[in-house]
Each structure stands twice: as C-alpha cells, then as structure tokens.
Design a protein. Sequence first.
Length: 576
Amino acid sequence: MADIIFPGLGISGFRSFGTEMQYSGRLGSVTLLAGQNNAGKSNFLRFFKKLSTSDSSLSILDRPQSHPDTPCRYSLAYSIDKIIESLTPEQRSVEGTLRGLLGHPSLQKFNDGLTWLEFNLEGMLIEEQFRDASGEVAGLVGASRLIANEWNDSNNETARRLNSVRITQRLIGRPLEVLSVETIEAFRQIRPVADGMGANGTHEGAGLLEKLQKLQNPNAETYRRDSEKFGAINKFLQNVLDDDSAQLEVQHNALTLNVHHGGRMLPLENLGTGIHQVVILAAAATVLDRTVVCIEEPEVHLHPILQRKFIRYLANETSNQYLIATHSAHFLDFSYASVIHVSHNGNHTELIPALTPASLSTICSDLGYRPSDLLQTNAIIWVEGPSDRIYLKHWIGQVSSGLIEGIHYSIMFYGGGLLNHLTPEDEEVSDFINLRRLNRRLAIVIDSDKKSQRAHVNATKKRVFAGFDKPNEGGFAWVTQGYTIENYVPFEILRAAVADVHPQAKALQWQGDQWVNPLEVQSRSGKAITPDKNKIARKVCEKWTETPPAGGHLGSMVHRCVQFILDANEGLEETV
C-alpha cells in the first residue's frame, strides 16, 4: 500500500511562489496538484526535488520575478510523536518541554495535529518564528531556551553556548536530507539508457527496461520481493487489457518490452499510446520503494478509465508517496487522494488544500470543466457506446422534439462489454453505481445479451440495474427486451441500412429474431465483416420515421426515459 513518507511542505521565495508562505496542508499517500497551466504545479515539484539534494543555491530563474530579493524559505510539517520517538535516551529529559514548544498554537496551521516549522534554504530554523506576537522573550523562545538549559553536557562548554533554536533543530533533525525523491516527467517512452545518462537512466522510460529485467529475473536474495513486484505489474496489465493471460516480457538484451496478449506477442508500443503510457507509469512506480514520486501530467494519452485504474494501482499496490501535477478532473473523485488547488493570482502562486466538495467544485471550474462534463448536468443517460447514443437520441427526439441533448440531458458511454467482463463484487462496479452520489438524475441502458427468452441477465448487470433503477430517487434503468438495442429495429429498415453501409456484404441473415445478434455480417466470399455500427445506426435513423408505439416495450421505455428527463428539468413545459 502507498505510504505517507512526508507529511507537508510550505514554500516562499521560489520561482512563482512569492513572499507569503504557501502551505500544502497534510499530504496524502497520493496528493493531486490541480490547476491551470503556469499556475505553479511544476514549481512545487521542482522545489520538493531540490530539497532532497544538498544544493542550496538559487539561479536567477529560481528567484521570483515579482520579488527577486525575497529570501527563499520553506516550511516542513512534523508529527510531534514521531519526533519524540526519534530522541536518544540522553535527549528524553527534554521531552515535556519539546512537546510544549512544538505544540504551540502559532506552529499549528490546519488543526490536523501537524507542527509546521520554517527554515531558510540552508536548512536552518528561522528564529523569528519562535517569538510571541509581542516579540518578547517568552512563550516559544522561553521554551526553546529552556531546552537549551536542560539539554547540555557539563563537560562540553561549546554545547552550553549553542543557540537554543539550533539545539531545537538538532533534536528535530532534517528529514529531507535522507528523503528519496524521484520525478517522472510528462514525456515518457520506453527506450534504452543513452550515453551520458548514467547507469540507472530515468524513470520516464529510459533505463526502465533494465530495472524491469531485474524484477523479471531476480537473484536469490531478492527473489520473493522482486517476483511479487513483477507479478503486480502483470496483474495491472491484465486489468488494463481485460486479459487474464497478458504478460510483460523484457527481451534478453533489454532493448524491447514485449507484451503477450490475445495469443500474440507484440512490443508494448504496438498496443497503442495509452496502454504504452500507463504501463510505463505503473512499472516506474513499482520498481521504486518508499520514495516520494513526483509525476507530471499522468493523464496525457490516458482514457479516464485508465486514469482511475492507474491511480488505484498506485494507492493499493506500491509503497511510495505520490505528488501528481494534473489538469484532469477524473482523478479528483478518487477517495484516497488529497487534493491541492494550485492557482496564480497574477502576482504569485497560491496553494489551497481542497477539504470540502465545494473546494473540489472550484478546482473543476478553474480547470475549465462545465458542470455537464462532471456529471452535474440535469439528467445523464449512460449507454454502452456511440451507436446506442444515436438510436436513443433519435427516439427521444421522436417522442419529445423539444428536448435538446447537452441542455436538458447528456448521454455518456460506459464502454462496450464492460458489464460482461466484471463480477458483481468488482470495485469498478461499485464505483460505477456510486456515480449516483455525484448526480441523482442518472439513467442507464443495458443490452440484455440474452440468447433465449428463458435466459437470465448476468449477475453484474442485475446489480447495476438495481443500483440505478430507483424512480423515487430520480434513477431509471432499462434492459433491452432482445439481445441488443439493434434488435428493436424493424427487419427491413436494418437490412437496408446494412446494405447501404456495406454494399459488399451478403444479404442480412437476421430475420427479426430478438434473441440473435442482428449484426453478424458476412461478405459475399463468406468472410466475416466487422459492421460499422455507428454508420448503420445513422442510416437506420434516416429511414425510421415512425415513432415507436407506446404499447410496445421500446415505446414504453422511451416514454419512461423522456419522463425521466422532464422530471430532471423541473418547470420545463413540454408535451409528452
């Protein structure tokens, strides 16, 4: 499981960060830095990486342009209990005073049990922060000096003369000196280590093959740990590809990463950019241990489903802590992630921990998402794919021409045979049903896939149906009467549409049986043809001018769907 290695960071006087200290709040095992381009997300990651090195210098570009003379300072969050646990037996005499010092209200920023201490770029505590508001030698300074008086060696005159703040720093230590921080940039590609890159390469893809090869072929000392890691990556690949037999294999010379999938072996890049990218990210995260990993825009090239699978993998299958700079709202509803809103007010970067649903909504607005993009449209109807949308929009328009997609309702896709490949207990099914928490006006249309009248809809579809079909709560679910949604189409109309789209095909074999797939199309030579379902659907809707009769199953469901939309658009005057 992902761990919390470092609890929090504040920054001032660095690049886009101005004179006022900006605090991250409590960092989670996965923390999302969300905001617009040039808001300062990458600068936060750059500074974090810088603190893990011994480099305390700043270039001209590292200084804030609006206030170039501002000293660079930072604040680190501490757990008082962990500091006390780290004391040596000789230092335990100051435990009570140290708790009083670190627990002072002026060092608590978010009422989360963390103490925030401020340092200069050389790593020395800022003495002014230990003064009371009056500036007198009391309170914090008094406690700090008391530590200096209690913790000294009578045989060491130098220790007696040490400044009380410096003794406090010795007790606290500097955790970033031993912190391991790695960065995965936005450009990622599997490739061998280039000359001059160093033996280990980077974690964006260069050098990753050699690391994966070691996990694939571990030595005796690390066999169990490395085998489990390689197994976790393969399990993730299988989940992404919906193929329980999929396996990664590093070529013997560590120049190519092959994928065994669907009875074939292909280089990873041949599976598409999205799969390529998400496997690189997951593999890079897995080869690291107890590291703070800074990731730039992991959503690049990733479908929302892959984004959610990836972030769940990070949280559940790795031991690192993650800081992720992102523009994607699809990450924001992950329950285990902490979120920081990063914005720029025209003068400097501001950090605001997102602790409420309202603050998450503000981030989404800042990212440019409309409410309908975030499932806050008046009514949402989930369908399996684009062709289902074409049919449904056509039928809704026939029954109620005043309802406009994008204004009164939105149609979204949940993806092909998803519900055929999941069990009722799978997390994805629960997550899908839980979308109703974001918008109670949700409907879903599901292909029954039944091959006979007596056949049963599978258990996963039954669970989804039960989760959505809640009329008293604004929900609605529709399972097709026949095998698929195309089985509603009159035989002659579907046959003519298929002939228009696929003139090389034989005459449609389907004769109107509602328990048979109507789009099994063959060429005149007898070879199977993959039907263009979208084009066929458009042709069907051009030819199908009659409104579905209210007495049949299709007409009944369409009228229920229209009523669902009208109920979600309260006050809309529309004749059904």
